[in-house]
Design a protein around this ligand. Sequence first.
Ligand code: C2E
Ligand code: MG
Ligand code: MG
Length: 500
Amino acid sequence: MLERWMLGPHMLAFLPAISLAGFWLGGELVLLAISLTIPLIYGLLLTSDSPAALRRARSGQDLVSMATAQDLAEQSFEHARDAEMHTACLLLEAEGLDAISRRMGEDVAETLRVLFLHRLRELLRPEDSAMRIGDSRFMALIAPGLRLDLEALLALADRVQRGLEEPAATDTGVHYLSVAVGFCGSSRLRAGSDGADMLDCAQAALREAIENAPSAIRPWSEGMRAERRARNALLSEVETALAKGQIQPWYQPQLCTSTGEISGVEALVRWMHPQQGLVPPARFLGALQEAGRMEQLGDAVLHHSLTALRNWDQAGLHIPRVSINFSEMELRNPRLVDRLKWDLDRFGMPASRLGVEVLETVIAESPEGIIARNISALARLGCRIDLDDFGTGHASIGALRRVTVHRLKIDRSFVTRIDRSEDQRRMLAAILGLADRLGLETVAEGVESGGEHALLAQLGCDHAQGFGIARPMPAPQLAEWARAHALRIAEAQKLGRSNG
Ligand code: C2E
Ligand code: MG
Ligand code: MG
């Protein structure tokens, strides 16, 4: 308290008086020294990130469990209700802190957490309370007041967000983090609610803010309750669907641009919904991720893909490889390689028949650590590694060299209209040149027209995939398509020979 008072802006008013006293006591030199050092010391103490201030924050009770957070929210709520006033719960997520922890280490992340909490406390009034409730999540409980309406809380959230988003200087450099804020004021809750409801509603608001990243602020509103209910229904429905085998991969062929033959297929998951029909992955992957079921999905897709490969082999078809999309969560699993090895052995399938698609964003964020080790181990096992959606994930050349990659899968946005736009063509040629220098193969995704396909071959892209060749289809249909395609190629070769 005393320190806050000492450091309050009103102290600036005393500076001239202190300087005059210095002049009276020791003349101009002392006056000069005092006028220079006092603002300096003052400035040092005032900066919320000063080492002394951070040491104080470190000694505080930083991290509390969710159970404690709930108790505190209930206390604050009851206190406000007894005083016939209002309170509010603000939740803040430091976006990108987990990526910093992965990229630069836990120590840097921990320094930033301490700094954030300290800043948060400085941005609030002394009677409010602030604590850390997760790796990158913080909670503020606003002391009871009469004017805690939506407008006042929005202004508060905005002020806190701006203060927290100031560049954070540490020994390792300056960090720029964005902050998502979700909040709930007790005045917005239905009659009969309690502190636990207030925290729950703030959590729903924060979830929505995070989904609208970066730097979103969301107040709790009743509409979120209905959305939450629908989301929870989807979560349980999608889990059941996975368990019942309604979620299975379809396959989309990839062609070699020089021979025209099938060089592989990509497994793309679909939900055969009993009422809604075919549901695309964009509608349910998020829910599976939230339910923590990505590994189970990966198992189902792998099992289905290996079964499909075996059936196609037995039918005498030449389909060299199935590529599977791996989520970041799966790639973090230390048992991933053993699991794959075991499944490949069980099916008697060499690892070279399996392609592993990794999103460029995943290796851009974590070119070291468990993900990179898993990818390298899969490559050593014999799997082919594709960098998916290349060109959208900002992976550095350094990251590309540290993580084993065999092929760049050029994102659809660079492929579309290459036959009609000179700029687009130049960009694609630059990507192909980069791949060539790095000794990597290339596959273009989203090839929709014959013109695009022909130009890709001309520019030297190795493989092509897209609706212009074929849409994803169930495994038995792919067998039929492959048979017809083999006939088309044989016909074309016969024609070529008779013409030549
Ligand atoms: P992706 O891996 O980049 O897959 C390519 C997407 O582009 C697929 O969408 C495919 O149907 C679509 N596509 C292919 N050719 C064309 C084309 O010519 N034009 C257009 N407009 N689109 C084309 P889909 O099947 O909806 O998959 C979307 C994303 O969902 C995939 O993007 C992948 O990231 C993810 N996904 C799909 N299956 C799985 C899975 O089994 N596991 C995981 N972790 N992710 C999956
Ligand atoms: Mg893919
Ligand atoms: Mg892709």
